[in-house]
Design a protein around this ligand. Sequence first.
Ligand code: FES
Ligand SMILES: [Fe+2]
Length: 301
Amino acid sequence: MARRDLETTILPIPNGWFAVEWSKELITGQVKSIHYFGEDLVLFRGRSGEAHVLDPYCPHLGAHLGEGGRVIGDGIRCPFHGWTYDGASGRCTTIPYCERIPAKAAVRTWTWDFPLLTEIGHPDWSEPRTFELEVPVHVQDMHENNNDPVHFQFVHGNLEPLPSDISYAADGRAYRISSRQIRDTPYGRFETTLVRDSWGIGLSSVATEGIPGAGLLMFSSTTPIDQGRTLSRWLLTATNNMVDMAGEDFMIGLTTGVMQDLRIWSNKVHRARPVLCEADTYLAEFRQWVKQFYSSPAAAD
Ligand code: FES
Ligand SMILES: [Fe+2]
């Protein structure tokens, strides 16, 4: 067994909000079998346009709803005997050959409303470019990178850690890090602010503010496939007046940065009790914050 396997503390799958597909990859009436969080799931888009995720195994005789199931209205019909489940509640709504529906005829639902980023799809902003990659690392270790200012200097060659402020949403589940930076842009030199928002450990966005009349936005999601693998998705958009000048550099900068991180992520172990120095304040704060996403908080230690 490799040393990495022996030394890794295997973290459980955290709770929270995670992306399971790009919206554009799921058309109305489409059904997909997916695997995230160490579980088999079925994903489909109902006729109203709502997307749903359900546990895929039919309570009747256990057929997989994603393997031949059909969208009926906003529900999905099992391929085996036609029992139909509502996407929003997971309850069985129809058994084609029986009036009475057993009380236990329901599957678990997985739904959540995403905080909408108004830039995506806005006419003043460019069509989003997307990029995705499977990374052999636990989702928590990937997210930790955002709270690791020193690594930007060593891994990404930035000059020095940026001066930053951190603030938390009232429920403590989301937070914002704002960093100031002087940037040379095609329009001149500006003091810009990089605003990173994170919702749980699965979703985040980085907006560049402070360039008059122009902006850049990156959205990223990290979704656990299982305890050792994460599917990461990135989306980039820029204001139309900037996209010819900066769009390509932005994309190159992002993909280069990810490749630099990838070598660290793919080979690191998870230190449940890292030896931190007194300047590692962001890392220490992150490790405290992240505990709330585990069903048994001790598991995160
Ligand atoms: S197994 Fe799904 S309807 Fe029978
Ligand atoms: Fe990084």
